[in-house]
Design a binder for this molecule. Structure first.
Ligand code: PAF
Length: 280
């Protein structure tokens, strides 16, 4: 297992399976690496806390940075390399220029229209597409794996790659299931912000999604999700049922849909999602 800081040292890993992360790895990330390992390709985990996807008031400064532990988790899960570039390797023209460039990126509709993370975190997906495109250019993967929990991010990146076949020829995009704690809380690097008494409240997200899965109509599911989040003392950003692909409002459950929730406990913002049963 190699720790690589310099993109010039990535040549042996061309054609890899890539697991892009911002570090603070947990068992959810490890499951992505384990999924990638054993496919006959090198597995590269990127660790880069990307400044351009955070708004000024968000948690960029306090985002956990745990590179030594990340390297150990990646190694144990079967990675061949951890690529942890310095900011200047990703943004050689500097951060101000990078922010301007991120704001100018043409994004797919799924990044701008649904009114979910795009509305709550304006500018976020410009930064995400910018950094993932740069990481793809540097690492030249043949596959990339993302976690399901950030479902809108997954849809955005999948569409970005589909729109640019000549830039990353043959790149296969894959989404992998959310890993949950024993009580159902979706694993997230941000869970470590939760105070002990908030830990139980945070279960409101998964419970809201479980309740949605038993509703007969999307409108009922959305009402029940909001009620459940409120009962747990969570401030709701959104609690919706959407078409799983377009993320636009779903009229019924005849096609694949997802419940998507985002809610806050003081300064901690959490998201979760679940596929809802089709055709009930
Ligand atoms: O999901 C994440 O951890 C990040 O948004 C990503 C995809 C690594 C880009 O910084």
């Amino acid at each position: 297992m190699r720790l690589v800081h310099d993109a010039d040292h990535l040549a042996p890993f061309a054609g890899c399976t890539l697991v892009p992360t911002m570090g603070a790895l947990h068992d959810g990330h490890a499951s992505l690496v384990r999924r990638a390992a054993g496919r006959g390709r090198p597995v590269v985990v990127t660790v880069f806390v990307n400044p351009t996807q955070f708004a000024p008031h968000e948690d960029f400064a306090r985002y956990p940075r745990t590179l030594d532990a990340d390297v150990e988790i990646a190694r144990a899960a079967g990675a061949n390399a951890v690529f942890a570039p310095p900011p200047e390797a990703i943004y050689p023209r500097g951060l101000d220029a990078a922010r301007t460039e991120a704001a100018a990126i043409e994004l797919p509709a799924v990044a701008t229209v649904p009114g979910l993370e795009d509305a709550c975190r304006p500018g976020h997906y410009g930064g995400v597409c910018q950094v993932v495109a740069r990481l793809f250019d540097l690492t030249r993967p043949s596959q990339a794996i993302f976690g399901e929990k950030d479902w809108q991010q997954w849809r955005v990146l999948d569409e970005m790659v589909a729109a640019l076949p000549a830039r990353w020829p043959g790149l296969a995009m894959e989404v992998a299931p959310t890993v949950r704690e024993a009580d159902g809380l979706a694993m997230s690097s941000r869970n470590r912000y939760l105070r002990p008494e908030q830990r139980e409240q945070a279960l409101g997200l998964v419970r809201a999604l479980q309740v949605a899965a038993s509703a007969q109509q999307p409108a009922t599911a959305e009402r029940l999700m909001r009620e459940t989040l409120g009962d747990h003392g969570l401030a709701v950003d959104y609690a919706v049922v959407r078409d799983a692909r377009t993320l636009m409002p779903a009229g019924g459950f005849e096609r694949p849909t997802r419940g998507l929730v985002a809610a806050r406990l003081d300064t901690v913002r959490l998201i979760d999602t679940m596929a809802l049963p089709v055709c009930r």
